[in-house]
Design a protein around this ligand. Structure first.
Ligand code: GAR
Length: 221
């Protein structure tokens, strides 16, 4: 819809009235520094979205305090309280629908998702992963990159599919691996790139600039 409006505007040269901000639902499992960056950029007026809800699955996740601090009520859906992945995803869907979410952002969400979630938000779920996909999927991507000895690591934002850390790539950033890098030093530099890449990708969606053709994603001007 947003991309359609953009096309109408550019073809007719008639500026459309301002649209309501895209409503985002964030899923996070841990620290939440990527969530924090989204919050900060929204607050600074750099990102035209509304963070409608934050869902987390670990009761002690730091991200919950970050959300509360930002005035967003964090919603705990503890995976241990659900009998299956599908049941957890159904609860996630209901929470996202209650908050009228249009785009789902997995920012450090460490759970596999099922068809239950994907079906309700087709091509509307993003994930950030700390590797240059398709390399080093799954947990501990940065450790995997160091163990493998690659010279270039990085991060990717992609659309979510059933396969873990797979799906059409929206954006990537490369980070050189230095000879004396440890997990901590490399993770820190990758995180700095994530803080630029994820808000940028979310902004493209909010502006209706993302066009998906099979596995290829184009970003219009
Ligand atoms: C980020 O580095 C993100 O790329 C990674 O979890 C971290 C969360 O950090 N995600 C994955 O590994 C997904 N497979 P944060 O909680 O500080 O945003």
């Amino acid at each position: 819809m947003r991309s359609l409006l953009r096309i109408v505007e550019s073809r007719t040269n008639v500026p459309l009235p301002p649209q309501p901000k895209m409503r985002i639902g964030v899923l996070a499992s841990g620290n939440g520094s990527n969530f924090q960056e989204l919050v900060d950029q929204v607050k600074a007026g750099q990102l035209p979205i509304k963070i409608a809800t934050l869902i987390y699955n670990n009761p002690d996740a730091q991200v919950a305090a970050r959300a509360a601090q930002a005035g967003i009520t964090p919603v705990l859906l503890d995976h241990r309280q659900f009998t299956s992945r599908e049941a957890l995803d159904q609860a996630i869907v209901e929470t996202l629908q209650t908050h009228k979410v249009e785009l789902v952002v997995m920012a450090g969400w460490m759970r596999r998702v099922t068809e239950v979630l994907i079906h309700q938000f087709p091509d509307q779920i993003l994930n950030i992963h700390p590797s240059l996909l398709p390399a080093f999927r799954g947990a501990k991507a940065i450790e995997q990159a160091l163990d493998y000895g690659v010279k270039v690591a990085g991060c990717s934002v992609h659309l979510v599919r059933l396969e873990v850390d797979a799906g059409p790539i929206i954006a990537q950033a490369a980070v050189p691996v230095l000879e004396d890098d440890t997990y901590k030093t490399l993770a820190e530099r990758i995180h700095q790139e994530e803080y630029k890449l994820l808000p940028q990708a979310v902004g493209w969606f909010a502006q209706g600039r993302v066009h998906i053709k099979g596995n290829r994603v184009a970003i219009s001007e």
